[in-house]
Write a protein of this length. Structure first.
Length: 689
């Protein structure tokens, strides 16, 4: 607390700038947010925050914040209007489209912010149900849900890493220091306390330097996992008692992995055969071992679902499930469900039926990778309007050119955001939304990220900037204007959060009294405390369900579509492997590059290449280079990095349109189970500008 106590107060709350929702201490002076620091008392993040969190005040008070509703005039210029004018216009146009083409001609989309902020997702889904459209799209069309599905098919629930109690941590395609600083801090502490770590990644990360690093050829992870399973089974290193009591299909798995001896997989992955044996024995030999995989690094491949399945099976056969230090079931916060069912299937449900529904459980999401072509062709029916919240599709979705063309064809595009993003610039109507500091919210997602069943209040710190409104309010008010008032009775943030919390037995008032968070459940170990919701009620190493649905019951390795083994002619012209999605702590996806203090930390897009690769292709360290694929080209500043695997080009996504690596990838080849696109493993070439 500063000296002028009557003017300055320190509020314990959370930062909602990414899915980590770290505990912070916010300094508010005379009604203005002036400083943010980590909260060491927060039960999950313990005072660790990243540069984004530190610069939350710069984000909130950024001069380019959207402050008023705006409508684009016939000359393409945005003009300020009242909220009533904006929402009345949207309501009128949406009703006209519904009358002419049906409710399904309107789509709602939320990005990663909308997936992390439960109120955005809940109200977007409630509005679309009241309106009657089946077409709701989420970031889960290309991120994270793949992993959830793979574990559901294996365990019947979604287990997560219990890294705080692991003897050995296998980091697979994950760089926690770049993407999740609080998790990185916990891992480094565990290493200090004696935990062993193996990192499988083309990049030798900071954590990798503290243990064993296995540089792997991008996109070959399934082959390595299957080879490790082969070693563990052939050498009798698996947990025999656990497998006999709790699993199904071990005999079929045993025969299947004979096709993946380390000697064969060594050539596929570019990993020496002895190293495969070594890490297999280490993982199986640890008393408490856990695989901790990247957020999307295993998902965004042509074979992402089966790769994640292979990792789940590897975790299971060693008996590291429901045990302390292995994988434990998630304890999710019980909340009110605001969704209103829609009978009609969304776009992508027929092409990717498992992504849409299995075992009688239906997901609300369509598969947005098919959306651009449907907008452009209007087959099997037209999509004429989109409402976008908490996301920036034309920056964060793959094959940017195709989606920009599709969005330009819409009759109505409405974007709710804090800033004039690439998608907002294309919109007909832009609506300004509150930042995390300007509205009351709920942080509950540690069950999916840190394994800690904690719920925290995201407190309102300041009054909204300009005429900004919470995202939930926009959907509620639009619903009221369209005749759905009975579906949207809530008028205040507190009403909404209390309603969401009701099934848990918690309330806003209780969370106010516990600013460091409330544990809504306890961690429980042991199979007697686990419900396996698979059809067999066992851990299904072999999935009869997948077989019945026309998919492989056991995972196989499938090479990336642009790899030399699949497309040798393409690789003659494009001999390098492009990996997008490199994470650094200054930015989250496309966000925060407009904040000068963060931009100074990393001013321009980079291409990380090994010096051997750079010299072979005539590059100079620090020079501007052209990265080209068969789809497009971008420019970036090359940075020689000994830690990057030779032959690989690593780039960060989310840069401005002309610099965006998502120009380089495509949506023509998709994972047959999830519909995910190949963001990574793209054949490319690189040359000096």
């Amino acid at each position: 607390m500063e000296n002028q106590a009557e003017e300055t107060k320190v509020v314990k709350t959370v930062c909602m700038l990414c899915f980590m929702v770290c505990g912070i201490k916010a300094h508010v002076k005379n009604g203005k947010l002036v400083k943010v620091e980590g909260n060491p008392d927060h039960a999950a993040t313990k005072g660790v925050i990243c540069p984004r969190g530190v610069h939350l005040p710069d984000y909130v008070y950024a001069p380019d914040r959207l402050k008023y509703p705006m409508i684009k005039d016939k000359d393409g210029a945005f003009k300020r209007v009242t909220w009533d004018k904006a929402l009345d216009t949207i309501a009128s146009k949406l009703q006209k489209i519904k009358d002419d083409h049906g409710a399904r001609a309107v789509a709602a989309s939320i990005g990663s912010i909308g997936a992390e902020d439960i109120l955005i997702s809940a109200f977007a889904q409630r509005w679309r149900g009241a309106f009657g459209t089946p077409n709701f799209f989420s970031v889960e069309s290309h991120c994270f849900r793949c992993r959830i599905m793979s574990r559901l098919f294996t365990f019947g629930n979604y287990p997560i890493s219990d890294i705080d109690h692991s003897d050995l941590l296998l980091l697979w395609g994950k760089n926690p220091d770049g993407s999740e600083p609080p998790v990185g801090a916990r891992i480094h502490k565990m290493i200090d306390d004696g935990m062993k770590v193996i990192t499988i990644d083309p990049l030798k990360t900071r954590v990798a330097k503290r243990g064993i690093h296995i540089p792997i050829r991008p996109g070959t992870d399934a082959a390595l996992a299957l080879a490790m399973i082969h070693v563990i089974i052939s050498e009798g290193l698996y947990d025999k008692d656990f497998i006999e009591k709790s699993t199904l299909g071990f005999d079929k798995l045993t025969e299947h992995v004979k096709n993946y001896p380390p000697e064969k997989v060594s050539d596929i992955c570019g990993i020496p055969t002895p190293d495969i044996y070594m890490i297999s024995r280490m993982f199986a030999g640890a008393e408490r071992a856990s695989i901790h995989q990247g957020i999307a690094s295993m998902d965004q491949h042509i074979n992402g679902f089966q790769t994640c399945r292979a990792l789940a099976i590897l975790q299971a056969i060693t008996g590291n499930f429901a045990n302390q230090g292995g994988w434990g079931p998630t304890q999710l916060l019980r909340m009110s469900d605001l969704r209103i069912p829609v009978e009609e299937k969304p776009i992508g449900a027929d092409e990717f039926p498992i992504f849409h529904s299995f075992w009688g459980k239906t997901a609300p999401y369509g598969q947005q990778m098919l959306l651009a072509d449907q907008i452009l062709t209007e087959k099997p029916y037209p999509v004429k309007a989109m409402l976008v919240s908490g996301g920036n599709p034309v920056a964060s979705w793959p094959d940017v050119k195709r989606f920009r063309k599709a969005f330009a064809k819409l009759d109505l595009l409405v974007v709710s955001d804090l800033f004039m993003t690439e998608t907002a610039k294309m919109a007909d109507i832009v609506l300004p939304v509150c930042s995390t500091a300007e509205t009351l919210g709920l942080a509950h997602n540690y069950g999916l990220t840190m394994g800690i069943p904690l719920v925290t209040l995201d407190k309102k710190l300041i009054e909204p900037i300009g005429e900004c409104k919470p995202d939930w309010w926009i959907y509620a008010e639009l619903g009221r204007k369209m005749g759905f008032a009975e579906k949207f009775p809530w008028k205040t943030d507190k009403e909404v959060v209390d309603y969401m919390l009701k099934p848990s037995g918690l309330s806003v008032d209780e969370l106010e009294k516990n600013p460091d968070g409330v544990f809504h459940s306890e961690k429980r170990y042991g199979m007697e405390n686990v419900r396996l919701h698979t059809p067999s009620k066992k851990i299904e190493l072999y999935s009869e369900s997948l077989k019945e649905m026309g998919q492989a019951p056991l995972p196989d390795y499938v090479a990336p579509t642009q790899s030399p083994s699949r497309n040798p002619k393409l690789n003659e012209k494009y001999p390098l492997v492009l990996v997008t999605g490199i994470r650094t702590p200054e930015y989250t996806n496309y966000q925060f590059r407009n904040i000068p203090k963060l931009r100074r930390l990393r001013q321009e897009p980079f291409a990380w290449v090994n010096p051997v690769t750079g010299k072979k292709h005539g590059l100079m360290d620090g020079a501007m280079v052209r990265i080209e694929t068969r789809n497009a080209e971008i420019q970036a500043k090359v940075e020689f990095m000994d830690d990057m695997l030779a032959g690989v080009v690593g780039v960060q996504h989310g840069w401005e349109y002309e610099l965006n690596p998502n120009l380089l990838n495509e949506v023509d080849d998709l994972d047959p189970v999830t519909g995910y696109a190949e963001f990574r493993n793209i054949a490319c070439r690189i040359e000096m500008v």
